[in-house]
Design a protein around this ligand. Structure first.
Ligand code: ATP
Ligand code: MG
Length: 344
């Protein structure tokens, strides 16, 4: 395969790109800001994220991916064109691209995403399921014959999958992940401290003191919002215990979803999982004590992957190094010509 090879993790909160032989070259918020007066793109990625929640009337901030699904194709195409240009410059040969999609994506939607990658500048493109890439990024071999349970807690969705021999044996996706925890924190601040805080502040609090258990040494941080009654600025203290208590209900729902998936999984694979345990990936795996939380719920071994938010992009990198394995496992690259053939 000639030309640059790129793996894109198209996430609800972050877009990451792994470039063959060069590693992660893009890791930016999935946000684009439009200038409605001048009808043009004002900012993409990191610059656009800085404007979230602070845009004047003439600017609109869009997150093109919501809960793992593409919500604004035009906006995502503009972002991808920008990132591809950033990686490839003016090289004549167009890149080959692998991107990930949520595990439950049907064949029509997979084709739509592939076509979007081609219209954004790929010579050929292929999509694979996100938890499969996450498993590879967490160090699971594509040839591993045993069942592995992967729980990818992202921004919009938690993808749960049993992976074996480089394939998804069973999977489900639940719309509870990092963004839902941020909303929990906003609700808690309003209800318990009479203070309205923004979702960006809530996310910062979650990263600074977020926990999925009672910590031996409680952490605390101050957050600034506005008083619910007087509407004036107000600073409040939030602790790791507060965060655990307010996200606990949502964590419980993720546990229920995992149990449901295991109940519909073949007994031999469940036996493998009982032996090998579960791996947590995605940015949500950074919450303090989340491995202990799941361990107490299931009794089997639970491990948080290293750099969990980069597992999907790193897994795509593993495939870029060995595209043949991907094709052997039934994944097919489509090109612009295939796109047109299909439509005739
Ligand atoms: N240190 C941290 N503590 C708690 N949460 C974190 C931390 N770092 C990142 N996160 C959360 O992880 C989430 C982003 O994770 P990730 O990049 O895996 O999501 P995504 O791939 O963009 O989303 P999705 O897979 O749902 O489409 C955000 O909600 C972010 O707040
Ligand atoms: Mg993700």
């Amino acid at each position: 395969m000639l030309g640059t090879k790129i793996g894109f993790d198209l996430g609800t909160t972050t877009i990451a790109a792994n470039v063959d032989g060069k590693g992660i070259k893009i890791n930016e918020p999935s946000v684009i800001v439009y200038d409605c007066f001048e009808e043009k793109v004002k900012a993409i990625g990191k610059e656009a994220y800085k404007m979230l929640g602070k845009t004047p009337d003439y600017l609109t901030a869009i997150r093109p991916i919501i809960d793992g699904d593409i919500y604004d194709y035009g906006a995502l195409e503009q972002m991808l064109c920008y990132f591809i240009q950033k990686i490839c410059g003016n090289r004549i040969l167009k890149p080959s691209i692998i991107a990930c999609v949520p595990s439950e994506t049907n064949e029509i939607d997979k084709k739509t995403v592939t076509d979007l990658l081609i219209s954004s500048g790929a010579a050929r493109a292929c999509v694979i399921e996100e938890p499969l890439a996450a498993a590879l990024g967490a160090g699971v071999s594509i040839k591993n014959p045993e069942g592995v349970l992967i729980v990818d807690i992202g921004g919009g969705t938690t993808d749960i999958a049993v992976v074996t021999r480089g394939c998804i044996a069973n999977s489900s996706s639940v719309g509870i992940a990092g963004n839902a925890f941020d909303e929990d924190i906003c609700r808690f601040a309003r209800r318990e401290r009479d203070t309205v805080i923004g979702s960006i502040t809530a996310e910062k609090v979650k990263k600074q003191v977020g926990a999925a258990k009672f910590l031996d040494a409680e952490l605390a941080v101050r957050a600034v919002g506005k008083d619910y009654i007087t509407k004036l600025p107000k600073s409040i203290e939030l602790t790791s215990t507060d965060i655990f208590l307010c996200i606990r209900e949502h964590l419980e729902k993720i546990v229920e979803s995992i149990k449901l998936l295991l109940s519909g999984t073949q007994p031999e694979l469940v036996a493998d999982i009982a032996k090998n345990g579960m791996i947590i990936t995605g940015g949500g795996a950074n919450i303090r004590g989340i491995d202990d939380y799941f361990r107490t719920k299931f009794g089997f071994n639970v491990k948080c992957a290293e750099s969990p938010e980069l597992c999907v992009a790193n897994g795509l990198g593993v495939l870029l190094d060995d595209i043949k394995v991907l094709e052997e496992n039934g994944y097919v690259f489509r090109s612009y010509a295939d796109m047109n053939d299909f439509e005739e």
